[in-house]
Design a binder for this molecule. Structure first.
Ligand code: 13P
Length: 337
C-alpha cells in the first residue's frame, strides 16, 4: 500500500478527512480542571465538577453546532461524563456529526539541562489509555507541548518536543486515534515576526523528521500550529495579510501536502483577530484544509454571555454559534466583518 498499513489506517484517514471538512473546524474545550477553574473564576463560579459539567453541557448541546464544528477536544472528565439529563456528552457530539476528541498529554514540567524550558509528560501508559478512550468514543487525540522563544529555544528543548510528539502520534495511530500534533510556539516575548518564522521552521522541520522516523502515517494526522506573528510584547503588530503570508510560507516550506488539515490554535489572540487571520489564510487555495481549533477564541464571549446563570444558557449558546459561524466563513475565505 502507498500508506503505512495498520489495522486502523483506513479509519484514521476517514476520521481526519471528516474533521478537515469544508466550512468546519474544532471546538477545543479540553482545559484541565485547573485551567477550566480559571475560566469559571472569571465569571465568579467555583471550580466544582457540577459547574464544569454545566458549562461543557451548555457548549456541547448548542443546537446547530455541527454545521460549523467537525470535532471537539475534551478533557478526560468530560469524555466520561453525562449531561444533567443523563445523556453521554460524547453522544451529544455524535448526534451533531461532531467527532469526539481527547487531550492525552499530562502537561508540562521543567526540562533539566535546558534553558529554563519545559517538556511534556504522558507517554507512560499512553497505549492503554488511548485504547480506553477509543472504547469511550474518542476518535482523535491532542498532545500539546510548548516552545518558548525568549528561552532560546534550546536545541534540546526542540528535539524533546519533536520526539515526544512523534512517539505520541505513533501510539495514537496504533490505537485508532488521529493525533493532533501541537508544538505551540508561545506568543510571549518582544521578538519580531521574522524570529518567529525562523523558530517555527526549525521546530516543524524537526517534528516532521521524527514523525517520519516513527513511521507515522501523514494522511492520518492533523496539525495544530501557532500562527506566525510578532511576539506579544513587540510594538509592531502584524495585519492579517502579513500573518497569512508568513504563516503560509512557513507551512509550505515544512508541511507535506499528504497532511489533510491544519487546525490553528488561537494562542491568546482576540476572537476577532483569530477569525480575520484565518480568513486571510484562505484567500487563495492551500494544499491542505486550513481551519481552526480554538479554545479561548471560541469561548470568551460565551462565558461573558452566560455568567453561570441558567437563564443565560441560550444567550451563551448563541454567542458560541456566532463565533463558530464566523470561523466557518473564515475557513471558506468568505468572512466579512
Ligand atoms: P487556544 O485556542 O485558547 O490557544 O487553545 C489552544 C489549545 O490547545 C486548546 O486545545
Amino acid at each position: 500500500s502507498v500508506i503505512r498499513a495498520g489495522s486502523y489506517s483506513e479509519e484514521l484517514v476517514k476520521t481526519a478527512k471528516t474533521i478537515a471538512s469544508p466550512g468546519r473546524g474544532i471546538l477545543a474545550i479540553d482545559e484541565s480542571n485547573a485551567t477550566c477553574g480559571k475560566r469559571l473564576a472569571s465569571i465568579g463560579l467555583d471550580n466544582t465538577e457540577a459547574n464544569r459539567q454545566a458549562y461543557r453541557q451548555l457548549l456541547l448541546t448548542t443546537p446547530g453546532l455541527g454545521q460549523y464544528i467537525s470535532g471537539s477536544i475534551l478533557f478526560e472528565e468530560t469524555l466520561f461524563q453525562s449531561t444533567t439529563d443523563g445523556k453521554k456528552m460524547v453522544d451529544c457530539l455524535r448526534e451533531q456529526n461532531i467527532v469526539p476528541g481527547i487531550k492525552v498529554d499530562k502537561g508540562l514540567v521543567p526540562l533539566p539541562g535546558s534553558n529554563n524550558e519545559s517538556w511534556c509528560q504522558g507517554l507512560d501508559g499512553l497505549a492503554s489509555r488511548s485504547a480506553e478512550y477509543y472504547n469511550q468514543g474518542a476518535r482523535f487525540a491532542k498532545w500539546r507541548t510548548v516552545v518558548s522563544i525568549p528561552c532560546g529555544p534550546s536545541a534540546l528543548a526542540v528535539k524533546e518536543a519533536a520526539w515526544g510528539l512523534a512517539r505520541y502520534a505513533a501510539i495514537s495511530q496504533d490505537n485508532g486515534l488521529v493525533p493532533i500534533v501541537e508544538p505551540e510556539i508561545l506568543l510571549d516575548g518582544d521578538h519580531s515576526i521574522d524570529t518567529t518564522l525562523e523558530v517555527a521552521e526549525r521546530v516543524w522541520a524537526e517534528v516532521f523528521y521524527y514523525l517520519a522516523e516513527n513511521n507515522v502515517m501523514f494522511e492520518g494526522i492533523l496539525l495544530k500550529p501557532s500562527m506566525v506573528t510578532p511576539g506579544a510584547d513587540n510594538k509592531e503588530k502584524a495585519d492579517p495579510e502579513t500573518v497569512a503570508k508568513y504563516t503560509l510560507n512557513m507551512l509550505k516550506r515544512r508541511v507535506p501536502p499528504a497532511v489533510p488539515g491544519i487546525m490553528f490554535l488561537s494562542g491568546g489572540q482576540s476572537e476577532m483577530e483569530a477569525t480575520l487571520n484565518l480568513h486571510a489564510m484562505n484567500q487563495s487555495p492551500n494544499p491542505w484544509h486550513v481551519s481552526f481549533s480554538y479554545a479561548r477564541a471560541l469561548q470568551n464571549s460565551v462565558l461573558k454571555a452566560w455568567q453561570g446563570r441558567p437563564e443565560n444558557a441560550e444567550a451563551g449558546q448563541k454567542a458560541l454559534l456566532a463565533r463558530a459561524k464566523a470561523n466557518s466563513l473564515a475557513q471558506l475565505g468568505k468572512y466579512s466583518a
